[in-house]
Design a protein around this ligand. Structure first.
Ligand code: HEC
Length: 198
């Protein structure tokens, strides 16, 4: 009976209730430090070395970060699309296999914003109040080249995170094929000829 009560949520009052790690270790240190066996001198030496080590590490980190930054053009934190990027032609032909491969990835990584069928009405897009193009309407992407779409998929744009090198180039080009296919009725099936019987 008593045990039942102690096991209830009130166990925080139980003296054996584990303190959060930080609190406990601070307590231990306070208790142990004077009697830990190290002389004051040794202790001071140890601390100096620790601080020195941390300092060296930090300054090394800063200098190599500076080096990396210096290699990039000043003030260009965001990558810029060049005319060459935009002019790139899609080297990956549209195939049912290629589309099938990325459709799955699209479901995981893109549909929450762009919608399963490319309508731009994913849950996350609604939450973030994003106004996305409806790719089912081919005219929505008419003015954009494959190179531009590829670049945006790779680098992101505005609220959209880029794929970067997380996915292979070929996959990213297949994303372009898939994105375009939403406008060709039936998301990637071979475009049906107008008036055919299926
Ligand atoms: C967080 C929501 C979000 C996710 C996830 C997302 N996008 Fe986007 N996407 C956007 C937004 C917002 C834009 C419009 C950016 C702009 O024009 O400023 C956009 C634009 C694009 C464009 C350019 C054409 C257009 O409609 O503007 C393509 C292509 C694209 N996304 C593909 C993808 C693919 C492929 C994925 C998954 C790998 C993906 N996106 C994931 C939000 C998202």
């Amino acid at each position: 009976m008593g045990a039942a009560i102690r096991a209830a949520p009130f166990s925080i009052f139980d003296p054996s209730f584990p303190l959060p790690a930080g609190v406990e270790s601070a307590q231990n240190q306070a208790e142990l430090a004077p009697s830990a066996g190290l002389s004051c001198q040794e202790e001071a030496m140890r601390r100096t070395l620790l601080v020195l080590g941390a300092f060296l590490l930090a300054s090394f980190g800063i200098s190599s970060a500076k080096q990396i930054l210096a290699q990039e053009k000043p003030g260009s934190a965001e990558p810029k699309m060049t005319p060459e990027d935009a002019a790139k032609k899609n080297p990956v032909p549209l195939t049912p296999e290629g589309l099938a491969e990325v459709r799955k990835l699209f479901g995981y990584n893109c549909a929450m914003c762009h919608g399963k069928n490319g309508d731009g009405k994913g849950d996350l897009a609604a939450d973030m109040k994003l106004e996305l193009r409806d790719w089912r309407d081919t005219s929505s992407l008419e003015k954009m080249t494959d190179g531009e779409l590829f670049w945006i998929i790779s680098n992101g744009k505005g609220k959209m995170p880029g794929e970067g090198d997380r996915t292979a180039q070929k996959i990213r080009w297949n994303f372009v094929n898939l994105v375009r296919s939403f406008g060709k009725n039936g998301a990637g099936e071979k475009p049906k000829t107008e008036g055919s019987q299926n």
